[in-house]
Design a protein around this ligand. Structure first.
Ligand code: ADP
Ligand code: TRP
Length: 334
């Protein structure tokens, strides 16, 4: 039997992934490549919604790709590619845009948040159609599972709705995808504001830990992370969101359960605990950073890996689009 398919995308909108991206998404990409037929891409089309400079987009796209390999994606197992290399994403996005209601798109909370930030009238139309392009990304590969953080749940719901709507209007064409969200790491908190998610756009530099950041800076930020009143290292979402966030991070990276960590640090206070959290993070990031830098020093090799990933992805995307064009009523492509 064919293996189930996994697909996800990540935007090249920063100079490094952060701990939230890594724990909430990238680590799952790596784990699932062993059990699934895997497709992962750099969402450079989506990144256009923040209007990057051309050179910056190109550089960040390569940095993002290198980090995916650095984090453990194996080009033999997973197709890793640039979204813009597969033209069919844009084509399917248009077709799905025509199946989506204005109200439906307007309800997306990420759009509402982001457009409020830019000012309603200066937000681009691309920001509005962003989740529909995301649906196209997912449906074109007939993905079964889509590993993401919890902030993407609503976009996944839209993808499912659009798949079902298209299937009922035009006949069975798309698999209905499932979000793959791991509860313990679905929302890693900002170090300075632990009830908010760590985010490259809204976190302050002190609140965010970058995968490519140097160890001294990582240690400093963890030691200065907001903790809560009291001195006990115990998980308590309501009253101790800062300590709870750090416990989750430690546990996710070390594999030691939260209750075991609570027992180990009983009576020791926050200082000793934070020191160990910092070391666990530094240790997890060091090999990723090293492999990423090595790959970035060999751009030709990196581009070659992306080309090979795109070649594999293209086969699947084109196969889906032949079906879609026929179902929707286009004259066969000459
Ligand atoms: P950001 O929100 O920092 O701009 P992205 O939107 O590019 O990050 O997210 C890339 C992936 O990482 C998505 O799957 C997203 O759900 C996940 N992710 C982002 N931030 C976090 C976080 N703080 N905790 C868990 N997952 C996250
Ligand atoms: N919107 C996602 C994010 O901000 C990135 C993304 C684009 C994506 N296309 C996707 C995620 C397809 C999963 C599947 O993180």
């Amino acid at each position: 039997m064919d293996r189930p398919r996994v697909l996800s995308g990540i935007q090249p909108t920063a100079d490094s992934f952060h701990l939230g991206n890594y724990l909430g998404a990238v680590r799952q990409y790596v784990a699932l490549q062993d059990t699934h037929e895997a497709f992962y891409f750099i969402a450079d089309l989506h990144a256009l919604t923040v209007a990057p400079k051309a050179d910056e987009l190109r550089r960040r796209s390569r940095v993002a790709a290198a980090q995916l390999f650095g984090a453990g994606l194996d080009p033999e197992k997973a197709a890793v590619f640039a979204q813009s290399h597969i033209r069919e994403h844009s084509e399917l996005a248009w077709i799905l845009i025509c199946q989506t209601g204005m109200g439906e798109a307007g309800r997306m909370t990420q759009f509402k948040d982001k457009s409020a930030k830019y000012g309603e009238s200066s937000a681009s139309v691309g920001l509005f159609t962003y989740p529909i392009l995301q649906a196209a990304d997912i449906l074109i590969y007939q993905a079964d599972q889509v590993p993401v953080g919890v902030d993407q749940k609503q976009h996944l719901e839209l993808s499912r709705d659009l798949a079902q709507r298209f299937n009922s209007r035009y006949g069975q064409t798309f698999k209905v995808p499932n979000p793959y969200i791991l509860k313990e790491v679905e929302k890693i908190g900002d170090l300075q504001d632990p009830t908010a998610k760590m985010s490259k756009t809204s976190s302050s530099p002190q609140g965010i830990l970058d995968v490519l950041e140097d160890p001294a800076s990582l240690r400093k930020k963890v030691m200065r992370a907001v903790t809560d009143t009291g001195s006990e290292v115990v998980a308590d979402e309501e009253n101790k969101p800062g300590v709870t966030n750090l416990l989750r991070i430690h546990s996710a990276l070390s594999g030691v359960s939260v209750p075991d960590l609570e027992a180990r640090f009983a009576g020791q206070g926050y200082g000793a605990f934070k020191k160990e959290v910092a070391e666990v993070i530094v240790e997890a990031f060091a090999p990723i950073r090293e492999r990423t830098e090595k790959l970035l020093a060999n751009e030709a090799e990196l581009d070659r890996l992306l080309a090979a990933g795109a070649a594999r992805a293209r086969v699947v995307a084109q196969e889906t689009m032949v079906k879609v064009r026929d179902r929707i009523g286009f004259i066969p492509t000459p």
